[in-house]
Design a protein around this ligand. Sequence first.
Ligand code: TRP
Length: 342
Amino acid sequence: MSEINDKVTNEKKQIVLSGIQPTGTITLGNFLGAVSNWGKMQEEFDSIFFVADLHALTVKREPAEFRQACMSFFAQLLACGIDPAKSVLYFQSHVHEHTELQWILNCNTYVGEASRMTQFKDKSAKHADNINMGLMDYPVLMAADILLFRTSLVPVGIDQKQHLELTRDIAVRFNNRYGDTFVVPEPYIPATGAKICSLQDPTAKMSKSDPDANAWVSVIEDESSVMKKFKRAVTDSGNDIVARDDKPGITNLLTIYAAIEGKSVEQAEKEFAGVGYGTFKTAVGEAVAEKFRPIRENYHRYLDDKAYLAEVAREGARKASAMGSRTLAKVKRKVGLVSFDR
Ligand code: TRP
């Protein structure tokens, strides 16, 4: 059973919380940049992780495919080492307190600040035919996700930092208006977090939405496909295997290898000194494939056991709801909504 259980009143450990949208699959970039660190954090903090399925609805989804993707993501998180005995793990849409809190936060957020968010502007440009209310309200739901618990640390990538800033602004504003209610969260940049770039354009971040499938590898991808993509990885001119600004391709591969093997980039450079690019790329591919093998195997095992997935998801939602409903009750009281003692 989780350490978190339902003890909210005398928590000692800090709460760490993060969500991931169920789109595509978990890539090497997501794994090294985020999910593998979540696995480490759950040893140290009271951890809350969820599949941000409601956030994903801001873009049109085909329902049957989307349901599949959500399930698959949940199984991938388990396979990547999120342990339901240590972390609270659930689907965002199963905990109605998230959206209930969002409404009250909406009434404390200005249209001006929401419409200034870079991601809103980018997504509006990209999906000009579907600039829905959810797209603009996206960061307020994220604020609700975070503030629903006494979250003090939020591991986020650089692309979500502005949303976390907005969350802090909303929390401070609410606390000033209604008295101390929310913990103001801090971004958490893990020491070991690695930024992984595209295998085809090493100056761009590895993205699962990259239409060129050779640019990324997924944690559940089969070995031969992983190897093929690494052999095709774009390298730089020259033949030294060193991490340097003018060698983004080699630097990226060294970063990947070092992160996978738990070594420093300098160690990796030494290991491959004098080796040819081809041999080097094969070695990096093998290291990645080796790391992913048990993840892929576990993933299929979990995905085949729907009863287990349902049990974990239900238990996670129950715990999240038990913790979140306390915050929500407090918030409702603070803003002056009527409540009768039960
Ligand atoms: N918006 C985040 C992303 O796309 C996912 C997310 C949703 C999240 N709610 C969150 C991350 C709360 C951290 C905290 O990456």
